[in-house]
Structure formats: structure tokens, C-alpha cells
Design a protein around this ligand. Structure first.
Ligand SMILES: *[C@@H]1O[C@H](CO)[C@@H](O)[C@H](O)[C@H]1NC(C)=O
Ligand SMILES: *[C@@H]1O[C@H](CO)[C@@H](O)[C@H](O)[C@H]1NC(C)=O
Ligand SMILES: *[C@@H]1O[C@H](CO)[C@@H](O)[C@H](O)[C@H]1NC(C)=O
Length: 196
């Protein structure tokens, strides 16, 4: 009897989606799958969407991210590119009841819950793109309660705009062309002097 009781207790601990009430462990960085033998994710589509403050990326320009949908208690949030599982960019000061999780050697590579307190659409995450990012999306595992969670919740893909507006492109082309032209003229004048 005692053995059965302990077995049940251990199973319950293992199967709780929030078996890590103080946040997802680093072992979940890659597959973003809560470890709880037996309990499967809810089928997608999730009742959640990930909304971003911008549809485009500019290196160094912060982007805010909000998870819209029912209140949730557990979260694991990363920015990724393509099929790469590396957690990209730098999350900024985590909102209340959340914290950083080091993923891919990046200390601010992911955000997870710090406790089981309610998070909702007032919970705003801020992220800064890496200089090299051309195209990224946000990916989350979201737990509504102990045994109800969704994996693979994705935002639309954000792409880096081609280095500014067309006006900037034309201007910078003009700015580059003029000095190059002057340099050429000076060089040719010098060559002419040397030859002469
Ligand atoms: C979000 O949750 C917090 C804490 O539970 C609560 O104070 C706030 O009113 C909620 N906001 C919305 C928009 O539901
Ligand atoms: C946030 O959630 C609350 C409660 O679920 C909802 O009434 C409100 O419209 C939501 N706000 C936004 C901006 O989605
Ligand atoms: C920039 O240059 C391109 C091609 O030279 C031109 O089609 C476009 O209208 C220019 N844009 C502006 C804002 O001047």
C-alpha cells in the first residue's frame, strides 16, 4: 500500500507540467518540451498567439512580445531562425513572475516562468535582435495549468529590412559615389604626374 502511495506521489511530481514551478530547466532549451512522463501537449492550434511590436527587424532595436490568450502560468520563450534550435538575441529584464533561462550558452537566450503566478497579455517581454539576424520568429511553450500546455506556439516571421528606406539607399549611394569619383580623379592625376 505504502509503495503504491509513494509511486503515485512520485508519478504526480513527474507528470506535473509545472513540475518545475520555478521555471523550465536548461534541458528543455532545444525541444521546449516539458518533462512529464505521460502527459502530452494539447493538440494545436493553441488558444494563444504571439504578438510582436514590429514585423521587421533592425539590429539593436528592441522588440516587445506579448502572449495573447487565456491567463497562463508557465512559459518558455525563445527567438529562433529557420530550423536552427539555437536561442537567438538577448531578452531584457524579465517581467514580473518570469526570469532568464540560459540556452545555447546565451545567458539571456530564453525566458521562463519564475513561479506559477498568473501571466497574461499585460506580461510584456522585451528582446533585442542580434546584429546578424536576417529572419527570426518567436517560439513558445505555454502552460495554462499543471497538465494543460501547448508546445510549438510560433509568431509570424520577422525579417530584417534591407538597411533602411529606399530614400536612405539612394542617399547613401550618392554619398559613396561622390568621394569615390573624387578619389579616382586624384589618383589618375597622380598617375599622370608620375608618368609625365
Ligand atoms: C493580468 O494579471 C494581473 C495579475 O494577475 C492582473 O493584475 C491584471 O489585471 C491582468 N491583466 C489583464 C489584462 O487581464
Ligand atoms: C487582454 O486580456 C483581457 C482579458 O482576457 C481582454 O479583455 C483584453 O481585451 C486583452 N487585451 C488585449 C490588448 O488583447
Ligand atoms: C531610389 O532609386 C531608385 C532607382 O534609382 C528609384 O526607382 C527610386 O524611386 C529612388 N527612391 C527615392 C526615394 O528617391
Amino acid at each position: 500500500m505504502a509503495a503504491v502511495f509513494f509511486g503515485v506521489v512520485i508519478l504526480q511530481v513527474l507528470t506535473s507540467v509545472l513540475s518545475f514551478p520555478s521555471g523550465a530547466p536548461a534541458s528543455t532549451c532545444v525541444d521546449m518540451m516539458p518533462r512529464h512522463g505521460g502527459i502530452l501537449p494539447q493538440p494545436n492550434p493553441a488558444p494563444y498567439t504571439i504578438q510582436t511590436s514590429s514585423a521587421t527587424l533592425q539590429p539593436g532595436q528592441p522588440i516587445t512580445v506579448v502572449i495573447k490568450g487565456p491567463d497562463y502560468s508557465g512559459v518558455l520563450l525563445e527567438a529562433r531562425s529557420g530550423s536552427d534550435t539555437k536561442a537567438l538575441g538577448t531578452w531584457q529584464t524579465p517581467p514580473s513572475n518570469t526570469k532568464f533561462l540560459e540556452c545555447s550558452g546565451n545567458q539571456q537566450g530564453a525566458i521562463t516562468h519564475a513561479n506559477t503566478n498568473i501571466k497574461n497579455n499585460s506580461t510584456v517581454y522585451t528582446w533585442i535582435p542580434p546584429a546578424t539576424a536576417k529572419s527570426i520568429f518567436f517560439m513558445a511553450t505555454i502552460a495554462q495549468q499543471r497538465s494543460v500546455f501547448w508546445v510549438n506556439v510560433k509568431s509570424p516571421t520577422l525579417t530584417q529590412t534591407g538597411g533602411g528606406t529606399s530614400l536612405d539607399v539612394n542617399n547613401s549611394a550618392g554619398r559613396t559615389a561622390t568621394p569615390v569619383l573624387i578619389l579616382l580623379v586624384v589618383l589618375m592625376a597622380n598617375v599622370h604626374c608620375l608618368v609625365a
